[in-house]
Design a binder for this molecule. Sequence first.
Ligand code: GUN
Ligand code: ZN
Length: 428
Amino acid sequence: MTTHLLLGQTLSFTGDPFAEGWEAVTRHERRGAVLVEGGRIAVVGAAEDLRARHREAEVTDYGDALISAGFVDAHMHYPQTGIIASWGKRLIDWLNTYTFPEEMRLADPACAAEIAGRTLDLALAHGTTTVASFCTIHAHSADSLFEAAGARGMAVVAGRTCMDRDTAPEGLRDTAQAAYDESKALIARWHGTGRATYAITPRFSPTSTPEQLDALGALWAEHPDCLMQTHLSEQLDEIAWVRSLYPGARDYLDTYESHGLLGPRGLYGHAIYLEPREIDRLTEVGAAVVHCPTSNTFIGSGLFDIRLAGRMRVGLATDTGGGSSFSMLRTMAAAYEIGQLRGRPLHPAELMWLATEGSAAALHMAGEIGRLGAGAAADLVVLDLASTPAIAQRTDRAESVWDQLFPTIMMGDDRAVRDVWIAGRRHG
Ligand code: GUN
Ligand code: ZN
């Protein structure tokens, strides 16, 4: 197997910048190198040193470009790729008007396979090497994404979305038993197969009966190494709706907790309007919340409190197609803007960490993906930090790597993605 030596600027982290401060945990080499062997990162170091020690390696010199761990999108909906940027609705109307009709199209396995492949190609074009995706209620929609990810060598998280309540439309409803049986069969087929991880996926409390939440809670108890992904406290109307559907629940999180759906491997998307009890419980159990900033502004949801980072696991995600971009650069930009509105400007190091290690940690895959460090899978993105005239003129006089990188975070798109490597192979 070929040993590769990638030369460029390198950015890596030795810890959590929210817990320890970004200066303490950030490692940057202006003339750095990444040695890749057998699909994994063997060493990250100085170019001159690694070149001298590994003369056998095939060298790719990226010059002044930045080599980072590939981006990890911790919450998205591949079935919604075709309706991204649909105009004028807030969450519940947006679901009914655009999302559910589109998800029904995936009843056709050929349609599901096409959209799965298209979505992963778009993700890779934007430098995202792992996604955690919701599917539809059709079991084959999960097969399609796992197959498409396997064909591209990508680590992926996915689960068949479960909805059995009459709040979901005819044609997108299952039953508690079918959700349990089909999810169980998918776990047996996919969880741990190649680079696939299964996430048990109740869409959100309003579209499940308590019986379905119980059934999925029981399934998770039988397969505690699976992830569980859902939505939590995204819009105020939604929270009022949850209260009316679950009058006995202490709060939104309790609709999951009381059915066995709160645990360390739980991923709760959005989490904008958390009550103190919810924050305490999520923190105690070590669960993750996932910040979806372009979605939160696009659907008009609200402003996530990034101060939760450092206290609990926080991932970063596009939430396409509620989110308005496939790009984790654009997603970081939106997280920065929401931070500004909340009085907490995020440093570029914090943004990059959220988009890589932070999301990987939310998915319980820290050390495997999202890390530019020895032993991690060689899933990499190489960023051109002067990809457009507007960015290039701004970075001309940049002195620090942060001056050089921040304009790409704020203004960059897929044109900034010079290369992507998946498990030690150049994608392209
Ligand atoms: N809540 C329940 N389903 C969805 C979805 O598909 N997208 C978003 N943004 N929120 C949801
Ligand atoms: Zn979502």
